[in-house]
Design a protein around this ligand. Structure first.
Ligand code: PLP
Length: 541
C-alpha cells in the first residue's frame, strides 16, 4: 500500500488505478448503469420524468432532513459510480419536484426540450472557461456572436452597428450571468458607477467607494425607482451596491399592475430638483414576476431621457416575447432601454443557471472593467474583463444551439401558446362562480382566488371575510400541493378596485407547452373540491 492507497468500510479503495479510471473511462459496471439510465434520460426524458420524479412524495420534510443529517466526510470512497447513479435515480429523483409536469403551473421553472440536456452534457464535457480566451478560444467568439443576436432581437439597431461591434474586443453588447438576479445587479452596478463619474480628487466610485463618491458629488442618497411589482433582486442589488435597499423605491401601480406614470414623473422631478439626491436608474418591468404585466416602456423611456437617467428594463421573464410577431408589440419601447435583463432559464427554456444583461451602448460597461496580470490583461479580448463572475461555463453554446434548433418561430410558438392559454384560462375562471380573477393575463401569468359565491354578499364585516378568504386560499394552495397531483403558487396582491389591501391570491404561470386547457380545468375542479371543504371549516354556514 503506498501513501495514496486507503481502504474504507465499503471495501473500496482510493488508489491510483481507480483514480486513473475515473479520469479516463468508467468501469464495466458503471458503464452498463450509465448506458441504461442515460438512454432513458437522453432519449426518453419525458417518460423518465413521468415515472421517476414526483410532484411530492408522501415523505415529509422533517423525515427527509433526518435522513440527510450525517455530516462526516469519510476518508475512503463510499460508493461506486454505478451505485451513485442508481441512488440518484431511485432515491433523489422521486423526491425532487416534477417541474416538467404539465400540471405544475405555479412557477417560472418548467419542462425543457430534451436537447437542452444533451447540450448541457457537451458543455460540461468541453469544460471551457469563458473568463478568458486562453481557456475557451472559439467559444468566447461564439459568445460575442450570440449575445449580439439576442441584442439585435431586443434593440433592433442597424446592420452597421452589429457589423462594427459583434467581434470588437472593446465592445460589450452584453454578458452572461448566473441568472436574472445577477443580471439586474450587473446593470445597476454599471448605472451606479456611471452616475458618480470621476472628478478632480475623486477616482470614481468603484475605486474610492460610496462615502467618497457622496462627498465628491455632494450627495446624501442614491435612488433606484421601480414599481411595487419589481423583482426583489433589485432591492438586493441596492443592498450589495451600497445604495441601501430602502433607496430602491417601490412606486405605486395602477389597476393593471403597471407603474403609475404620474408617480414616476413626480418622483423624478422631486429627486432631480434636490442636489442631495441622485437617481441611479429607473427600472421598467417587462413581465412582472407575480402578474406577468408589462410597464408602459415608451413613456418611461421618454421620462428617463428628459431627466438623463439610466433606463433599465427587467425582461428576465418577458424578453423572449420579442421572438413572437404576434405579441412583440407588448414590449414596445424596450429598444430604448440602456440595459436589459433576460433569463435564459426562463422563456428560452434553458437548463438552470443562465441569465444575460444587454447594453444599448457598447462601451457603457467600461465603468466596471477589471484587469489582472495573468488574465484579462489590458487590451485583451477576454470576456472576463467586464463580468461579475470569474470562472464561468459556456452557457452561450447552449443558447446559440437552441436558437438554431428552435428558430425565432419555434420560440414564438411557445410564447403564443402560453399567452393564448392564459386568456382561455382567465375565461374559464370567470365562468366559474366560486372563483375570482384577480389579475388579467397580459403575458402568460395570471392570478385568481377561490371565493365561494355564497360569501360575496354576506352581511358580515368585509374585513373579516377578507381575512377568512386569505386563510382559505393559503390552505387551499397548500392542500393541493400536498396532494401532489398539481401545483399553482400563491402570492399577495391588491385586488382590482381595492388597492389599499393585499389579498392572498393563487398564481399560475403557463409556460409548459404540454399544459392544455383541459388540464387547467382539472386543476380548477380539484381546487373547487378542496375549497368547498375548507369553506365549511372556516366559515360554517
Ligand atoms: C425571475 C426574475 C428575476 C430573477 O431571476 P433569477 O434567474 O431567479 O435570479 C428578476 N426579475 C424578474 C422580472 C424575474 O421574473
Amino acid at each position: 500500500m503506498n501513501a495514496f492507497t486507503r481502504e474504507g468500510h465499503s471495501g473500496l479503495r482510493a488508489d491510483w488505478e481507480a483514480l486513473e479510471r475515473v479520469f479516463i473511462s468508467p468501469d464495466a459496471a458503471s458503464r452498463a448503469t450509465l448506458l441504461k439510465y442515460m438512454q432513458q434520460i437522453l432519449f426518453g426524458l419525458h417518460d423518465f420524468l413521468n415515472t421517476n420524479v414526483g410532484i411530492t412524495e408522501a415523505i415529509d420534510l422533517k423525515a427527509l432532513s433526518e435522513q440527510y443529517s450525517d455530516t462526516r466526510l469519510p476518508d475512503n470512497p463510499e460508493k461506486k459510480l454505478s451505485d451513485i447513479i442508481t441512488d440518484l435515480i431511485d432515491q433523489v429523483a422521486p423526491r425532487a419536484v416534477n417541474v416538467a409536469s404539465p400540471y405544475f403551473v405555479g412557477h417560472m421553472t418548467s419542462a425543457i426540450p430534451f436537447f437542452m440536456v444533451h447540450l448541457k452534457t457537451i458543455v460540461a464535457a468541453l469544460n471551457q472557461n469563458v473568463i478568458k480566451l486562453e481557456t475557451s478560444k472559439v467559444v468566447s467568439i461564439i459568445e460575442r456572436q450570440v449575445l449580439a443576436k439576442v441584442h439585435r432581437l431586443m434593440f433592433r439597431r442597424e446592420e452597421g452597428f452589429y457589423d462594427k461591434n459583434v467581434q470588437a474586443p472593446d465592445a460589450t453588447l452584453g454578458l452572461f450571468t448566473g441568472g436574472g438576479t445577477s443580471a439586474n445587479l450587473f446593470a445597476l452596478w454599471v448605472a451606479r458607477n456611471a452616475a458618480f463619474p470621476r472628478k478632480p480628487g475623486f477616482a470614481g466610485i468603484e475605486a474610492d467607494g460610496m462615502p467618497a463618491a457622496f462627498r465628491a458629488h455632494g450627495v446624501a442618497h442614491a435612488h433606484v425607482l421601480v414599481s411595487r411589482r419589481g423583482h426583489y433582486s433589485l432591492a438586493k442589488a441596492g443592498g450589495v451596491l451600497g445604495l441601501g435597499n430602502r433607496n430602491v423605491t417601490p412606486l405605486p401601480v395602477d389597476q393593471h399592475h403597471r407603474i403609475d406614470l404620474a408617480a414616476l414623473e413626480q418622483a423624478l422631478e422631486t429627486l432631480s430638483a434636490s442636489p442631495k439626491d441622485r437617481i441611479i436608474a429607473v427600472v421598467g418591468i417587462a413581465g412582472a414576476t407575480e402578474t406577468g404585466t408589462v410597464d408602459p416602456l415608451p413613456q418611461m423611456a421618454d421620462l428617463c431621457r428628459r431627466h438623463g437617467v439610466h433606463f433599465h428594463v427587467d425582461a428576465a421573464w418577458g424578453g423572449p416575447v420579442m421572438a413572437s410577431r404576434r405579441h412583440r408589440d407588448l414590449l414596445e419601447g424596450i429598444e430604448r432601454a440602456d440595459s436589459i435583463t433576460i433569463d435564459g432559464h426562463k422563456q428560452f427554456y434553458m437548463p438552470m443557471g443562465c441569465g444575460m444583461v444587454l447594453f444599448r451602448h457598447p462601451h457603457i460597461a467600461d465603468v466596471v472593467a477589471y484587469h489582472a496580470n495573468y488574465v484579462n490583461r489590458e487590451g485583451s479580448v477576454d470576456l472576463g474583463i467586464r463580468a461579475l463572475a470569474g470562472s464561468r461555463e459556456a452557457s452561450s453554446l447552449i443558447l446559440d444551439s437552441a436558437l438554431k434548433i428552435m428558430g425565432k418561430n419555434g420560440y414564438a410558438l411557445l410564447i403564443d401558446h402560453g399567452i393564448r392559454l392564459a386568456k382561455d384560462f382567465a375565461a374559464e375562471i370567470r365562468r366559474r362562480p366560486d372563483f375570482e380573477l384577480t389579475s388579467e393575463p397580459e403575458l402568460n401569468i395570471l392570478t385568481y382566488r377561490y371565493c365561494p359565491h355564497g360569501w360575496r354578499n354576506l352581511p358580515a364585516d368585509t374585513a373579516i371575510i377578507e381575512d377568512r378568504l386569505d386563510d382559505l386560499n393559503i390552505r387551499l394552495q397548500r392542500d393541493q400541493r400536498e396532494a401532489g397531483r398539481s401545483f399553482v403558487s400563491r402570492t399577495k396582491l391588491p385586488l382590482p378596485g381595492k388597492m389599499d389591501r393585499e389579498a392572498v391570491v393563487l398564481r399560475a404561470v403557463l409556460m409548459n407547452p404540454m399544459t392544455t386547457l383541459s388540464i387547467l380545468e382539472k386543476i380548477l375542479d380539484e381546487q373547487e373540491r378542496i375549497g368547498a371543504r375548507l369553506a365549511k371549516e372556516i366559515l360554517p354556514a
